[in-house]
Design a protein around this ligand. Structure first.
Ligand code: ATP
Ligand code: MN
Length: 466
């Protein structure tokens, strides 16, 4: 008789539903050990961190019947789920049938049972999801993505999709990747010798988006509370542990919100997500804490329970200037803060997450609302321990005249953003939003050290393998 497959997670999470019944589990062998009377097979199907212990007694299985059932092999196991005799697991399968789907040559299988370095695993992007570490990271990543949609849905936000290919290169956030179908070796040229993009697929030069914000503003000025959650691309040559060339960004945008409401939203959002992960990813987080970062759970609980410090950029500069610590990059009013400065404020000075506001206009984007003093803008960056900037946001300039003046000052062409200006011409209103780098959040929550280890296929300079 055929029976439906149960996941390991189902069998372990609700054993009472399955105990002393015939079950069918399918997955990959993580280890096999035993003696001539009985073999123990650790089965993992990715549904949870834990393995299911499969007991194959010699009376049912000859050596030959278990040929190929070794680390890395894919198998189906049928048998009775029983209370385990041994330590380390509550239940186990007393196998009556084991089917081998595909073996794994023990001489060449890259994931031997020993520990592998994260660097080695990066080169095995096709297999690393089968390790405990990446299984845990990917499940936490999923939970956070789901938690984000849930948070916004519960709070009356609408999810909007903004374009990935954009015709505007004025989004104001770093270097872009060009999208073209023109032949690189002999592109059409205009009379003056430059590449003629009117011949290109879209009839103009196009790029991969660096942010969905400008389009999200369109949606916010119609639906009120919106958010995006999509891929963004930056061709900046930042070979750091916190930058990817392709990353996912969450960008809420809210009509009628001003800077204080924007800060409240960012703080509530982040703390809710950390709480969500603590509630829903306990086993995976405990594993990551044990192997990578022993303070992880404490830090997550602290962030979930602590009000963030809020201060202006100007006040932060004063603190940094009088700090005992020697910084690699000098600080003075008007300079952009480096990660070392951000982390000093968070980790040494305040010892909690910090929201910095009202940055000098020269170091922020053209669309941020100018303060009364004419020198600073209503920007806000949220700074996290171990990460530095996790969120960047602002109240947007809603005054048409002031926005035009800022664009002129910063050489942002009006023709390209005529529609953005029209939002200020017809029914303009205060509004605000921010961008959260999804991988920076996953980095923080998992306690991993390198952003390349929290996305399945990291893209960074000189690396687009897989
Ligand atoms: P940073 O100063 O850290 O390079 P940024 O100021 O250029 O970041 P924003 O344009 O404000 O970043 O983007 C919003 C958020 O997107 C950032 O707060 C960060 O969480 C995330 N982010 C930005 N660039 C990257 C990147 N290259 N890889 C991963 N996340 C990023
Ligand atoms: Mn920023």
């Amino acid at each position: 008789m055929s029976i439906a497959r149960s996941t390991v997670q189902q069998l372990l999470a609700t054993p009472a539903d399955h105990l002393d019944r015939e079950v069918l589990a399918k997955g990959w062998v993580r280890a096999r050990r035993g003696n001539k009377y009985v073999q123990f097979i650790a089965l993992n199907d990715g549904s949870c961190l834990a393995n299911l212990q499969v007991v194959a007694a010699a009376e049912h299985f000859s050596d030959e019947a278990l040929t190929g059932v070794a680390n890395g092999a894919a198998v189906a196991v049928r048998g009775r789920l029983v209370a385990s005799q041994g330590k380390g697991q509550a239940v186990e399968i007393q196998a009556t049938e084991i089917t081998l789907y595909g073996g794994a040559d023990q001489e060449t299988y890259p994931l031997q049972t020993k520990q592998h370095s994260l660097e080695f695993l990066r080169e095995q992007a096709h297999l690393r999801p089968r390790t405990n570490t990446f299984g845990a990271v990917l499940r936490v990543r999923h939970a956070l993505a789901y938690g984000i949609h849930k948070y916004f849905n519960d709070n009356g936000f609408y999810y909007v999709h903004t374009p990935i290919v954009t015709g505007s290169d004025a989004e104001g956030a770093g270097q872009m990747f060009r999208v073209t179908t023109l032949a690189p070796e002999h592109p059409p040229r205009t009379a003056d010798g430059s590449v003629d993009y009117s011949e290109d697929f879209f009839g103009k030069a196009t790029n991969l988006t660096v942010s969905g914000q400008l389009e999200a503003e369109i949606a916010a000025m119609a639906l009120g509370k919106v958010y995006t959650f999509g891929p963004t691309f930056r061709a900046e040559n930042s070979n750091t542990a916190r930058h990817l060339a392709e990353f996912w960004m969450i960008e809420p945008e809210v009509a009628f919100n001003e800077l204080p409401e924007n800060m409240n939203l960012a703080e509530d959002f982040l703390r809710s997500l950390v709480r969500y992960a603590l509630e829903h990813c306990a086993a995976d987080l405990a594993f990551l804490a044990e192997h990578y970062d022993k303070d992880l759970l404490e830090r997550l609980r602290f962030v979930a329970d602590t009000d963030f410090e809020r201060l202006t950029y100007t006040a932060a500069i004063e603190i940094l200037k009088s700090a005992k610590k020697k910084f690699e990059f000098p600080v003075d009013w008007g300079t952009d803060l480096q990660s070392e400065h951000e982390r000093y404020l968070v980790e040494q000075h305040f010892k909690k997450p910090v929201i910095l506001t009202n940055y000098p206009k020269e170091i922020k984007a053209f669309y941020m609302k100018l303060d009364e003093d004419g020198r600073t803008v209503r920007a806000m960056d949220v700074l996290f321990p171990g990460i530095g900037e996790i969120i960047g946001g602002s109240q947007r300039e809603e005054d048409l005249g002031k926005l035009k003046a800022r664009m002129a000052e910063m050489h942002v062409p009006e023709e390209e953003l005529w529609w953005y200006l029209e939002l200020r011409k017809y029914g303009t209103a205060p509004h605000a939003g921010f961008g959260l780098g999804f991988e920076r959040l996953v980095l923080f929550v998992t306690g991993m050290a390198n952003i390349r280890d929290v996305i399945p296929f990291p893209r960074y300079p000189k690396n687009a393998a897989f």
